[in-house]
Structures are given as structure tokens and as C-alpha cells.
Ligand binder design. Structure first.
Ligand code: ATP
Ligand code: MG
Length: 422
């Protein structure tokens, strides 16, 4: 039997150590940033009942129709899905544990999401999001807070050339009126609609507005506008949001065609986009979902959230030449001989007790070749332990950036190392 080389699943990427350094740096920046706004971490399972996503995201959306990894648990027949996004799971968890009982919640999560899409640059089958949700908040102040905090993150990450697209979807009554008008309008232009649009005409006509088909752009441009149907409350909400953004010098463009691909949104929706990543230019997207909590079985409560695509963000960060700092090594321990090896390993543990970062040489080799490794590691100090040192319970301490090599007792080692480093 021949052994094929096994490969990762298509569209699911390994993140190798070099790149993982960038991820670690990013995660630290993001955590500080979120804590600066009082958002608290929540962690949900990667797998949820399929019904959750169908109900939350909507049966007639791209995600539910063709992007979900759904399967039947062979052991008990349960219908399960790898999460394609986090909002539905987050709301489910908040309701299940009654977190909205006496206070609204600012929450965030991060991790893998799964969508069966055609893999290409910036579009993967396993990708990562950082999701931010404010549950129980109804005002435009929280919408503004989330947008303002995004702008701060872009500054922290050193990202340039991102712009903000903003729209309001109104509330359910105005959306229903708009929907009826849209269907009537497109029914008069059936000859121009492509197969996708025809299929969606009665199930999700709003999505037709999102079509990229050049042949349909003219009739899309002339379609009835939701703006003309909006209630006063929704208009005021949108205007207040814009006023706050202006006070904070956040530039935005109102894009009436921004509708988002998930059914739960209402009122505010937004996307941060860049022209620098080709077709996959949306790095962050979100909006208000005032009906979702009730739809999933909770007491009605408004909410607002967004998610950013980590792969796309990091691609931008890298374009700007950002190189994450390498993890530093303080001490590299070289040794030769059995007794020396035993002492080396004890000494390394002792230094780690003192919070030093220590690489213990493993795999043998001459002193010379070990010193080369010490050099390459970037360590500030090499410890050298041979038979001589081991027998005397001593260690030779060599500063790597020049300076005298000294031999000290094991008892005095931590002090000596700290003296050189600090
Ligand atoms: P798109 O229009 O690019 O398909 P979307 O509207 O489906 O995006 P959301 O569900 O709003 O995306 O997810 C929020 C963010 O997650 C997106 O703006 C994007 O940055 C990222 N994202 C979504 N799908 C993928 C994917 N398959 N691969 C990588 N990142 C993704
Ligand atoms: Mg998508």
C-alpha cells in the first residue's frame, strides 16, 4: 500500500511559526484595545445545532444556502454545523446563561469560522474573526462607539487606506413596505434578471441589490429606495449616529446599496473597506440586530455588533511592512558531557523561575557548533557548562554582545545574569 502525503483540507490554512508571531502580536493589540472599551471575553463552541444558524442568519442567505459545513452526528443523529459566524452563537450563549438578566453586556470573542466558499486570496474555508457584540443597548451611541473603536484599532495596527461605508436598513415595517415595492419593480424587469436574482425575487429581493452582475446594474440603480420608506425613529437614530461620528472626525460614505448578507440586521449597518486587497476588500462589517434576541427565544432586547476578518486585516498590516517582533531569548545554555547536561537542565529551570527566557541546547554537538546556535538565537547571554564547571557546580557566563566571560557558582548565577541583562 502506498502512503500518500496527507494535506490540509482545501481552504484551511496552517499558520506557521513565522506568521504566527504576527498573529500573537495582533491578538495582544486587539485584547488591549477591547479592554480599553470595557468589552469582556466570551468563548463559545465551534459546533452548534444547525437550527440556530438557520433561524438567526436566515434560510435564504448565501451562508445558509450554500456555505455551511453541516453534518449529521453519526453517533446520535443530531444535526450540527461548524459555526460560519459568531453572533448567533454569542446570542445563544447569552440567553442560555441569562446574562442579560440585569445589565446589558459588552462582549467579544475570536476564533475560527467555517464557510464552504471558493478559496482565493482573502477568502478561505476556515478563517478567523474577532467579533464584538453589545447586547441590550438600543441607542445610536453604542453604534458610534463601535465604529469609533474600529477607527482606533486601525490606527493601532498602522493600517491606512480603509474607508467606512454606512447605511440604515430601517425597521421591520418599513423593510416590509420596501420589499413589496422591490418585488413589484423587479417583476416588471424580469428579462434583465439573472438566474440568482430570479430565484431570490420572492424569497430575498433585497439581495438582488447586492448583485455584482454588470448587466443588472442599471435596473438596480433605478430600484425603489429603502430611504424613502424609513420611519422617523429610524431616521433620527441614523442622523444621531452621523452627528457623533462627525464630532469624532470619522469620515464615512453613505451607501444605500449596503445590505449585508445576513437576515438579522436592521437600522445601522456598516463596512470598513480597502481597495488594497483586490476583490476581498471588506475587512470589518457589522450592524444592529434588534430582533435577533427575541427570534432566538429571549425577551426582546436591542443589540449591535461587528466582526472583522483577521486574515484580511493581517494581509493589510503586512502590506504596510509591519514585522512582528520575534519572541526574545535571554539565555542560551550550551553544555557537553553527562554531568554537565544534568546541571544545565537544572540551571535552566532555576533561571525560568526568575522569569528569564531560556533556550536549553538539545541534541549534542561540539561547543563550537552549540555556540553558533546560541549566536543565531539572539540570546543576550550564553551559559557554558563543561565537565570542569559541572564538577565545581559552577557555570561560565558569556555575554554575547562582548564583555568578559565570568565563571560563577550556581548560587550566584541568577544575580550575575540579571546584572548583565539589566
Ligand atoms: P464577503 O462579502 O467578503 O463574503 P461577508 O459579508 O460574507 O463577506 P461577514 O459575514 O460580514 O462577511 O463577516 C465579517 C468579515 O469576516 C468580513 O468582512 C471578512 O473580513 C471576513 N470574512 C468573511 N468570510 C470570509 C472568508 N471566507 N474568508 C476570510 N475572511 C472572511
Ligand atoms: Mg460572504
Amino acid at each position: 500500500m502506498s502512503k500518500e502525503t496527507l494535506q490540509a483540507v482545501k481552504g484551511m490554512n496552517d499558520i506557521l511559526p513565522e506568521e504566527a508571531e504576527l498573529w500573537l502580536w495582533f491578538e495582544e493589540v486587539v485584547r488591549d484595545w477591547l479592554h480599553g472599551y470595557g468589552y469582556r471575553n466570551i468563548r463559545m463552541p465551534l459546533v452548534e445545532p444547525t437550527a440556530l444558524f438557520k433561524r438567526a442568519i436566515g434560510e435564504v442567505t448565501d451562508i445558509v444556502e450554500k456555505e455551511m459545513y453541516s453534518f449529521e452526528d453519526a453517533l446520535n443523529g443530531d444535526h450540527l454545523t461548524l459555526r460560519p459566524e459568531g453572533t448567533a452563537s454569542c446570542v445563544r450563549a447569552v440567553l442560555q446563561h441569562n446574562l442579560l438578566y440585569n445589565a446589558p453586556q459588552r462582549l467579544y470573542y475570536s476564533g475560527q469560522m467555517f464557510r464552504h466558499e471558493r478559496p482565493q486570496k482573502g477568502r478561505y474555508r476556515q478563517f478567523h474573526q474577532v467579533g464584538v457584540e453589545a447586547l441590550g443597548f438600543g441607542g445610536p451611541d453604542i453604534d458610534a462607539e463601535q465604529i469609533i473603536m474600529c477607527a482606533r484599532l486601525w490606527r493601532k495596527l498602522g493600517i491606512r487606506d480603509v474607508s467606512l461605508q454606512l447605511n440604515t436598513l430601517g425597521d421591520s415595517a418599513s423593510r416590509q413596505r420596501h420589499r413589496d415595492k422591490l418585488i413589484a419593480y423587479f417583476e416588471q424587469h424580469m428579462e434583465v434578471l439573472d438566474a440568482d436574482a430570479t430565484r431570490r425575487l420572492h424569497s430575498n429581493p433585497l439581495r438582488i441589490l447586492d448583485s455584482k452582475n454588470p448587466a443588472m446594474q442599471d435596473i438596480i440603480a433605478g430600484a425603489p429606495k429603502l430611504m424613502d420608506e424609513l420611519e422617523e425613529d429610524a431616521i433620527r437614530h441614523f442622523e444621531e449616529l452621523q452627528a457623533i461620528l462627525k464630532r469624532h472626525d470619522i469620515a464615512f460614505e453613505i451607501n444605500p446599496r449596503l445590505v449585508r448578507g445576513l437576515d438579522y440586521y436592521n437600522r445601522t449597518v456598516f463596512e470598513w473597506v480597502t481597495t488594497r486587497l483586490g476583490a476581498q476588500g471588506t475587512i470589518c462589517a457589522g450592524g444592529r440586530y434588534d430582533g435577533l434576541i427575541e427570534q432566538i427565544g429571549g425577551k426582546p432586547a436591542p443589540a449591535m455588533g461587528f466582526a472583522m476578518g483577521v486574515e484580511r486585516l493581517l494581509a493589510l498590516v503586512q502590506e504596510d511592512g509591519m514585522i512582528a517582533p520575534k519572541p526574545e531569548v535571554d539565555v542560551y545554555v550550551v553544555h557537553q558531557g553527562e554531568q554537565a547536561a544534568q546541571l544545565a537542565s537544572l540551571v535552566a529551570e532555576q533561571l525560568r523561575d526568575d522569569k528569564l527566557r531560556v533556550l536549553l541546547h538539545c541534541g549534542g554537538g561540539s561547543f563550537k557548533s552549540q555556540m553558533k546556535k546560541a549566536d543565531g538565537s539572539g540570546a543576550r547571554i550564553a551559559l557554558v557548562i563543561g565537565d570542569d564547571e559541572a564538577q565545581a557546580n559552577e557555570v561560565s557566563v558569556k555575554p554575547m554582545q562582548g564583555g568578559e566571560q565570568v565563571r560563577v557558582s550556581v548560587q550566584n548565577l541568577v544575580a550575575t545574569v540579571n546584572q548583565i541583562i539589566k
